[in-house]
Write a protein that binds this ligand. Structure first.
Ligand code: SF4
Ligand code: SF4
Length: 224
């Protein structure tokens, strides 16, 4: 899922202080699950931003709502009702959601309340970790299901660097070496021979080098 983190309150206050009516919109999907931008967080942010002590002049009036998926343009167009006197929307969605609102409500500034941080998974209660960089050519088949691109600081594809020590990465004793994890998992799977193979050159053409990527799908379309 997409992980986000609330921006510092001072930054949010500064971005909305020139408006009189601000519509705060939480998102009901990823950022709800990672406890950063759902209904509860949107309401809590609304309470904080209504505090006059945070502003040099009069605070804006804030209204709060939550929308199930801010990243779906059709849904937003059909179902998100913005109060008529709104001067700015403050979105707690990821960057994709913020840009979707911005494209639908073209006359209104749409301001992000979150920093979108990474694509990750819940490893243990309260801890999400980065797992994928959306490279467009997944190599997990050959790396025992552990991503060397997202989880190795150097994105190495053919084994560890010389800095790997006692299972930890040279960047920090608190960070597992991805290649140590991969090798251990290959051992568990009795597939250590995969480690001996030199990987084919990865197809980086599916990564970001060619600008923003897009995908087209039609429901129930047969696989090619
Ligand atoms: S190899 Fe690419 S697509 Fe697969 S998990 Fe890693 S970054 Fe994501
Ligand atoms: S120590 Fe391991 S995870 Fe860290 S950069 Fe080297 S190979 Fe990658």
């Amino acid at each position: 899922m997409i992980i986000g983190k609330l921006k510092p309150l001072d930054e949010i206050v500064s971005s909305i202080s020139r408006f009189r009516n601000v519509f705060i919109v939480g998102c009901g999907s990823c950022v709800t699950v990672c406890l950063s931008g759902g209904e509860r967080e949107a309401k809590a942010l609304g309470r904080e931003l209504a505090d006059p002590a945070r502003y040099e002049n009069a605070p804006p009036a804030v209204r709060v709502d939550t929308f199930q998926r801010q990243c779906e343009r059709d849904l937003v167009q059909s179902y998100l009702t913005v109060p008529p006197d709104t001067e700015a929307i403050l979105s707690l969605a990821c960057g994709a959601g913020v840009q979707t609102l911005s494209s639908v409500f073209q006359k209104l500034p749409v301001i992000p309340a979150l920093n979108t941080t990474f694509l990750g998974a819940l490893d243990e209660p309260g801890t999400w970790r980065e797992k994928c960089l959306g490279c467009g050519d997944c190599v997990l088949t050959y790396t025992a299901g552990i991503c060397p691109i997202a989880r190795c600081a150097k994105r190495l594809l053919n084994g560890p660097c010389g800095g790997s020590s006692r299972g930890k990465c040279e960047i920090s004793k608190d960070v597992d070496c991805a290649w140590n994890l991969i090798v251990n998992r290959l051992k568990e799977l009795d597939r250590l021979e995969d480690y001996e193979k030199i990987s084919a050159i990865k197809d980086w053409s599916q990564d970001r080098g060619r600008g923003p990527r897009s995908a087209q799908r039609v429901a129930n379309e047969p696989f090619e």
